[in-house]
Structure formats: C-alpha cells, structure tokens
Design a protein around this ligand. Structure first.
Ligand SMILES: *[C@@H]1O[C@H](CO)[C@@H](O)[C@H](O)[C@H]1NC(C)=O
Length: 186
C-alpha cells in the first residue's frame, strides 16, 4: 500500500489542493454600520456547535473571540473569515473593538453578528463598561473585514470522523489566515 492518495475517480479524492482564492467581497477598508448581539448563555468562550463545523476547535478559536453571522455567513464561504467589530456608543466602546472569527450562522433583532459573550464584552473600554454593554444586549456597531492571523500555526485540513473511504470525504479548514475566501478545494 504505497500510495496514500485516494482514487482520483472519486469525488474530492485527492488532497492535492488547488485553492481558489477570491478577493474578499469589497476591497474597501471602510466600516459598515449594523447591529450585534451576543449568545446570552455562552460562557467566556466561542461555540463548539457552530454551523461551520469547527467542533471543539470553535470553542477556543481566536481565544474565544468568535461570532455567528447572518448574511456574511454566505452559505459557509464566510466560515473562518475575520471581522473587526466595534460598538458605537462613545460612553462604553473602544475605538479598536474586537476581532472575531465567524464560526456559526445566526441572527437576532436585525443583527449581522451574534458574538460570543467574551467578544461582546471586549468591545468595551473597561470592565465596568463591559457590564453596561452586556446589559444592553444588542447594540449598534460598525464592522469591516480584516485579515485573520494565527502566529506559529499552519493552515490545517481536519478530516471529519464521518469520512468513509472511498465514498465520502469531509473536512474543515483550521487556521485560515489572511483576508481572502477559499471558495473551492480540488
Ligand atoms: C508549518 O509548516 C512548516 C513547513 O512545512 C513547518 O516547518 C512548521 O513546523 C509548521 N509549523 C507548525 C506549527 O506546524
């Protein structure tokens, strides 16, 4: 059994990767106005049940600064994309906001993002301001796409346990860096 490659006749058979890297939807660096809420019952981490299929990796990705997105989910293409999100209430909110990774699909009360509780609080200037922000539940925000960065990590293809050679191959991509979409893997 010399070859580790699967039959080229079966769908997605080889892991010879040709990434189609599409430019992110707009190249502009300007912020877009929207709203964000948070998972009320989440602890300080992200979610391990997100629609992106990251599993337990999704709970700790980016230190727990994760988010569900509504339209930005884009049928899964948005999974793993990073956004800078900052709230706009000058009394509570920092200029920098927080950088989150998309791990799930969801919306609530006209939001584009449902942040992890940790990420939501990190938009605030101080711990006290974070408590006030969390009390508001859903807030006005601005967001923009930014590069994802995972120092000392390589992009990793995690094969799903349900894969069944040679009929079915499923995987998720961990540590997708940069600002471009992966739209196809051959
Ligand atoms: C990333 O890939 C490079 C080149 O294959 C390798 O030398 C390095 O050890 C890898 N880093 C990690 C964290 O796996």
């Amino acid at each position: 059994m010399a070859s580790s490659l699967w039959s080229p006749l079966s769908l997605f058979a080889t892991l010879l990767l040709m990434q189609t890297l599409a430019e992110a939807q707009t190249s502009s660096d300007s912020f877009v106005h929207s709203r964000a809420a948070y998972y009320p019952n989440s602890d300080q981490q992200g979610t391990d049940t997100g629609a992106c299929g990251f599993g337990s990796f999704g709970a700790t990705i980016n230190g727990g600064d994760a988010s569900a997105a509504s339209d930005l989910y884009r049928n899964g293409v948005g999974c793993g994309a990073c956004y800078q999100v900052r709230c706009t209430n000058a009394n509570f909110c920092s200029d920098k906001g927080v950088t989150v990774v998309l791990t799930d699909q969801g919306s609530s009360d006209r939001t584009d993002f449902i942040l992890s509780k940790r990420a939501f609080g990190r938009m605030a200037q101080t711990t006290d301001a974070a408590a006030s922000l969390l009390n508001l539940g859903a807030v006005d925000i601005e967001y923009r796409r930014v590069s994802c960065s995972y120092p000392n990590k390589n992009m990793t293809f995690k094969i799903d346990e349900n894969s069944n050679y040679p009929h079915y191959l499923a995987f998720v991509i961990w540590y997708q860096q940069g600002k471009k979409d992966i739209t196809a893997v051959q």
